[in-house]
Design a protein around this ligand. Structure first.
Ligand SMILES: [Zn+2]
Ligand SMILES: [Zn+2]
Ligand SMILES: [Zn+2]
Length: 250
């Protein structure tokens, strides 16, 4: 981890105030479209996590790794300056590290973090302000639907044969769920789609959104993230080499 981010043992979490799921859910609160302008809600997760699920009023940094957080803050000081910055992440850990860096910079009026992260929020408010799916790390991609708390799917990205087989009815499911809970799109046909797979070019570990129909169309070619991954087994793909590592928000 980047040495600018203090590790947990160096961080005194008692210095950062937590805000609760309730505070995020009430009308006029942080998660509501009527939130006051001096509060900025920031998603501390990586772009591929926030792409498939987020609080709509949040700023979602287009960064691929959390280690770029300090650089993101440095580049976007005005986003935080004199604001109450409310951070959220999956379970709360990254907020602690993220808020520590913000506090050290001393530009925000106040830094608060969501107690228990999106996890706890969704337990309490499965149909609340959090829209889409929650992406969970652990070698597996766990997608938890917000539409009813018991609709939980597990996807093992290391075992995509099974995922594909299980997704044969995926288009139906997408149509059903298209009532608002899929926020992202297939990178090829732009249909609503939020199930990640890994680029099939060995050596490229990018998570990609490619729907079942486009996978079928691509067969027997590998399903890859970009042309350079289709052409070469080594070297940097254009997705990585052409994207800005740390964006400046407008
Ligand atoms: Zn598609
Ligand atoms: Zn690739
Ligand atoms: Zn690529």
């Amino acid at each position: 981890m980047d040495d600018k981010i203090p590790n947990e043992s160096h961080f005194d979490s008692s210095t950062v105030k937590a805000y609760t799921a309730e505070e995020l859910s009430n009308e006029g609160s942080i998660g509501d479209s009527t939130k006051p302008d001096d509060i900025v809600l920031v998603d501390c997760r990586n772009y591929y996590e926030s792409a498939i699920g987020h609080f709509e009023t949040s700023v979602r940094p287009n960064i691929r790794k959390f280690k770029y957080w300090p650089e993101y803050v440095d580049k976007n000081e005005d986003l935080f300056r004199n604001k109450t910055v409310a951070l959220y992440c999956t379970g709360g850990i990254r907020c602690e590290l993220g808020s520590a860096y913000l506090m050290k910079k001393g530009i925000a009026k106040e830094v608060v973090q969501l107690d228990g992260g999106i996890h706890r929020y969704m337990e309490k408010y499965p149909t609340g302000h959090f829209k889409g799916k929650l992406f969970v790390f652990d070698n597996r991609q766990t997608v938890i639907s917000t539409a009813g708390g018991d609709d939980i799917e597990h996807q093992d990205t290391a075992n995509r044969t099974n995922v594909s087989a299980a997704s044969d009815t995926g288009s139906d499911r997408n149509e059903d769920a298209a009532g608002g809970n899929i926020l992202s799109r297939c990178s090829r046909c732009q249909c609503l789609h939020d199930e990640y797979t890994v680029c099939e070019n060995e050596g490229c570990s990018l998570l990609i959104l490619v729907c079942e129909k486009c996978r079928t169309l691509a067969a027997p070619s590998k399903v890859v993230c970009c042309d350079s991954c289709a052409e070469s087994e080594h070297g940097r793909c254009t997705c990585v080499s052409q994207r800005q590592r740390v964006p400046t928000e407008v």
